[in-house]
Write a protein that binds this ligand. Structure first.
Ligand SMILES: [Ca+2]
Ligand SMILES: [Ca+2]
Ligand SMILES: [Ca+2]
Length: 341
């Protein structure tokens, strides 16, 4: 039994006790008053009857024994006075009876009215009890739902925790897979570079190609060409005229040119620089970078040809330093193919 239910029963029980106690006291009071009034009425009647009896005796004997017998009432009272007195007494008795009955009826009416009011209160108490029962049932129902909800919430929390653990496991697995994927990517990139390098080295191993660091070089020395022709020939070989970016590359090309070209040639080999498009602005043909921003090895007073000399070559008689020369001069040339790895 819930606390509210217990309070409700206690309340109803107390109401019933109070009601019953009051009702019992009222009943007793009514009984006492009624009994008292009845006793008074009976005593009064007894006294009246006693008077009547004595009066009757007086009246019966008054004509015969008025002188011999002692009168109960005063001899001054004649029959008519006595009769008047009797009438008054009877009237008083009747009024007393009427008043007594009236009081008793009023008490009964009041008693019934109180009984009816108490009955109505009892009915209201019953209605209240029904309402309390309904509220109690609703509370119990809500409590059951709450309990069910709590169980559901608990189940949901358990499921949530399980899902969270699964997600964490998946995240860790994914991270491991990502690491493995990165390793695989790195391996693929490394293998691609290795493949490109090996492919290039195979190309460099073709006829007349020479490798140095990340480039292959071809020395055209059989047919001498103008700078423009040499440039076109290199393109046909899927290359460009050599672009010298470092001192080391320059030293290698000098060594290569010295080895691959006849010593009696005066001007030796074209490489990929020119100021054909804008006088004094020397550009590498392959990358379009400005030569003086990268590396140069011009001889002391070179370039000096202005618009007459617009193409770059390595010249043996100047210790293989660089010189500008007329682009129409026919020379050997060096093509460069950069290895992309
Ligand atoms: Ca180069
Ligand atoms: Ca020039
Ligand atoms: Ca020059």
């Amino acid at each position: 039994m819930t606390k509210l239910s217990l309070l409700k029963y206690q309340f109803v029980f107390c109401m019933q006790i109070v009601f019953c106690s009051k009702l019992s006291r009222l009943e007793k009071r009514v009984d006492i008053m009624e009994q008292k009034m009845l006793n008074d009425a009976m005593a009064f009647r007894a006294d009246i009857y006693d008077i009547f009896e004595k009066l009757d005796n007086v009246l019966k004997n008054s004509s015969l024994n008025y002188i011999e017998n002692k009168p109960i009432v005063s001899s001054k009272c004649d029959a008519s006075e006595i009769e008047n007195v009797l009438l008054l007494v009877k009237k008083a008795v009747n009024e007393e009876k009427i008043n007594t009955r009236k009081v008793i009826n009023e008490l009964r009416t009041e008693f019934h009215r109180k009984i009816e009011r108490q009955m109505n209160q009892t009915k209201e108490t019953d209605i209240l009890f029904d309402k309390l029962s309904l509220v109690e049932e609703q509370i119990n129902s809500t409590a059951r739902e709450t309990l069910q909800n709590e169980e559901n919430i608990h189940d949901m929390r358990v499921t949530h925790n399980e899902l969270n653990n699964d997600i964490q496991s998946l995240i860790k697995l994914e991270e491991r897979n990502e690491d493995k994927a990165k390793d695989v990517d790195e391996n693929i990139k490394r293998l691609n570079k290795r493949y490109a390098f090996l492919s290039a080295r195979i190309d460099c191993n073709g006829k007349s190609w020479h490798s140095f660091e990340k480039s292959c070089y071809y020395v055209g020395n059989e047919v001498l060409l103008t700078w423009i022709q040499a440039n076109e020939k290199c393109k046909l070989l899927n290359a460009t005229l050599a672009e010298v970016e470092t001192e080391e590359e320059n030293a290698y090309l000098v060594e290569l040119a010295a080895k691959m070209t006849p010593a009696d040639q005066l001007y030796d080999v074209y490489i990929g620089g020119s100021d054909l498009k804008s006088e004094g602005e020397w550009i590498w043909e392959g990358s379009k970078r400005r030569i003086f921003d990268v590396f140069n090895n011009f001889k002391g007073n070179e370039p000096n040809g202005n618009r007459r000399e617009n193409c770059l070559h390595l010249i043996r008689k100047y210790s293989w330093n660089w010189n500008d020369i007329s682009c129409e001069t026919k020379l050997s040339y060096i093509c460069e193919k950069t290895l992309n790895y």
